[in-house]
Design a protein around this ligand. Sequence first.
Ligand code: GLN
Ligand code: ZN
Length: 757
Amino acid sequence: MKTSIIGYPRIGSLRELKFASEKYFRNEITADSLLATAKNIRLENWTVQNSNGIDFIPSNDFSFYDNMLDTAVLLNAVPERYKALDLSALDTYFAMARGYQGKSGDVKALAMKKWFNTNYHYMVPEIDDNTEIKLTGKKPFDEFLEAQKNGIKTKPVIIGAFTFLKLARFTGNKTATDFVDSVSAAYCEYLEIFNALGAEWAEFDEPFLVTDLSAEDISLFVSLYKKILSTKGNVKILLQTYFGDVRDCFNEICGLDFDGIGVDFVEGKKSLELVTENGFPKNKMLFAGVVNGKNIWRNHYGKTLITVSELKKHCGEIVLNTSCSLLHVPYTLKNESKLPDSVKKHFAYAEEKLSELAELKKILSSEQSLETAEYIANSALCSEPRSGLNEAVREKVAALSEKDFVRLPEFAEREKIQKKRFDLPLLPTTTIGSFPQTSEVRANRAAFRKGEISEAQYEDFNKKQIADCVALQEKIGLDVLVHGEFERNDMVEYFGECLDGYIFTEKAWVQSYGTRCVKPPVVWGDISRAKPMTVKWSKYAQSLTDKPMKGMLTGPVTILNWSFPREDISLKESAFQIALAIREEVLDLEENGISIIQVDEAALREKLPLRKSDWKSDYLDWAIPAFRLVHSGVKPETQIHTHMCYSEFADIIKEIDDMDADVITFEASRSDLTILDVLKENNFRTEVGPGVYDIHSPRVPTVDEIKSALHKMLDRIPKEKLWVNPDCGLKTRGNAETIPSLENLVRAADEVRNEIK
Ligand code: GLN
Ligand code: ZN
């Protein structure tokens, strides 16, 4: 039995790539120096996989920013506006990723979207009628050769033609089917080159296959692969799927000339059933995704063995695989110096998952699987009782009834009461919460954590930041202010630290987009509020101004979605536990004079199941109530805001309205106008602040640009319901671009206000 992985994290075990890239962006290091850092990371990754005896080691899973962007560049899907900048290949690539504003021109970044149901984001390839798809780059070949030079034979991986076309945005009249010939020709050439280079296997990642597919989708897939597979030559082809099961196309993919098929047995609810009921072609290898690539708990070998032995009855050769790329878990437990062993022994990060694969291989290859030392140790570990359970919390959740989820009076009445109370101008301006986390802010926090300064010193510094931030907002002329979130590193980590039941890691970074990483906390036990979390900061900030100061919390669904969740209780149970804790904080803020409270549900959309049939039963039926539970106890005159990153909630628009917030802000600056149309068509009740500029890019929006965005919004949203704000928090930005951007925002709002009065 062999082992394989789909991809490895590439930001560097100590985030070396992040730091080098950011230095490069600031012109502090040369391109060569950045390339050298990247090369080291690749070598380290291959070496650790090799030393764990992984049989199928991927190459081309490395990326400077994102693999979808890499694929677009490889296929020459580079929009003219980036080519026209006439930059180096590397800088053109970064211009597509981050936008560019400088001597050579001014262009926005490509759109960015969540990668299926993960917190990773990909760059959306843009294809217009003139795009000439052809193989132009060398990255996959170079990386294959680079590994080979180091004595490591790899399996090159690339996003498959189908997923690429399904996720691309077509800006002209042509659609995916118009590109079947050129795209398949490019992938054919790709395979010809790998034939010449002597690759034994090539992997095509097709996660789009686990979504609801139409008949046209399936025929698109089949027509692409009939062509591509005709040139495979001596290279064996692995079709890799993940994040779910392939129920819509199982027979079609089994009928094509693939040499291996990768199936996800962790998230794929029907994967096992598909194989046992339909059988699996004996001449193909089944790459069985049995080690969870998304969570950090140790694999339960007993359960895995049951799955594999069932599969063995129906399949030929089985390869032990991860369920998806290990990109979604942190690097290695070796960097966790502070966690006690009693905790660490329950965790497996990327490196430990490699050894799990190795152990499983050993166990499964043994005649006496259940008597191997590895198996015995694992079953002992998995049967240990868990610490951190809290009966009182469970009882509270069990006692919840219908009325705990309903806020009264109903929306329209509250809206009137609040308009009167706040007396804000039309098109009120605000921000999403965080202000730039400057190096001083981070240094202050680091100094406090290391014990170099006292708590009082730490707090004084933050108070000074808050005071400056409030003064700045007043000077700019914003209407509803924020305290700036200087006390927070990452929003979820911050709340997790104030909640009992959470565990924190030290270096468990996971890439979110580009150079941005998050360090998800771990839901270890039952959750409750250990202490007030934000009250003192909000109260202090409000004391500095007569304008309303928004309290700033993160919602239960987002906290849960951005944590590593437990696997021994349901997500619903965990979400309600967290909701009760946040509810206490909301009421505490209200009692302390905070009149507007924002409860971010940045990640609500992100975990929507990939298949529509699962939306309600697996998710919305608990996610929306969890949010309502947080705010149902506040007074009518307290205004509840929420914020969601991404506006791709057109198809759950009713549920979003049903969260029953008073105001929602969301990202709209990088997406098309459809969401605004959808708001209009559905008579969206909640007041809205669709972001008027993109904070993921350092460029400063002009007043005219913002005004034109507002005009488009006003065509579709009643002026009484429209708010003006950036599309997300500002913490990743610098003051240099933030201040002029906000000044332009306020000016634009002001000018439009005068036009519509
Ligand atoms: N209030 C948070 C902030 O401004 C929201 C962040 C987010 O939506 N990701 O940073
Ligand atoms: Zn956001």
